[in-house]
Design a protein around this ligand. Structure first.
Ligand code: PRP
Length: 185
């Protein structure tokens, strides 16, 4: 789907600021899980693919990487509030240390659904690291263990996050601004 309205993108969080925060988060995660025989890092597709790639390279622990694909937005700007699991984990997590990696927590429906699903598989420990949090949008009470940045209620793209499947490849987090003149930033 191609966005129907023209828009520009204003930088909100630079690539440099993201890298510094990712390094600090990874240090905290390394400290918290020190002593684990193997940390299973679960990326929620598709939005977390850039974040998890950077984060795991900064985590100084034995790590296994797995992915789960959940979708509640499709190409819409509003959450459907119905979370669908499109791809499940390849591995077992029972009795394991698990870190869920999410790009953004908005209404909270996605994370709530995924955390409940994974907890039902009885991991030894389950924590969540989210790059972005929009607390003002929350409809389901849930919070990540670690959050990169709290942001206001803006439509954001980049660093893995899309607008109708575009802009995931921007190296920074940008804010979508709809324009009248048709220019695209
Ligand atoms: C986005 C984002 C989060 C979720 C957050 O996923 O990646 O997973 O929405 O929103 P919520 O807190 O309101 O549930 P989306 O369904 O757009 O799929 P994608 O990751 O494949 O882009």
């Amino acid at each position: 789907m191609v966005p129907q309205r023209p828009y520009a993108i204003d930088e909100m969080i630079s690539a440099k600021a993201i890298a510094a925060r990712v390094e600090a988060l990874a240090k905290e995660i390394t400290r918290a899980f020190r002593g684990t025989d193997k940390l299973i890092v679960v990326g929620l597709l598709r939005g977390s693919f850039v974040f998890i790639a950077d984060l795991v390279r900064e985590i100084d622990l034995p790590v296994e990487v797995d992915f789960l694909e959940a979708s509640s937005y499709g190409n819409a700007m509003e959450s459907s509030r119905e979370v669908r699991i499109l791809k499940d984990l390849r591995g077992e997590i029972a009795g394991r240390d698990v870190l869920v990696v999410e790009d953004i927590v908005d209404t909270g429906f996605t994370l709530h659904h995924v955390v409940n699903l994974l907890r039902s598989r009885e991991p030894k420990r389950l924590e969540v690291c989210a790059l972005l949090d929009k607390p003002s949008r929350r409809e389901v009470p849930i919070k990540a263990t670690w959050t990169g940045f709290e942001i206001p209620d803006e439509f954001v793209v980049g660093y893995g996050i899309d607008f109708a499947q575009r802009n995931r490849n921007l190296p920074y987090i940008g804010k979508v601004r709809f324009t009248e003149d048709g220019s695209v930033g």
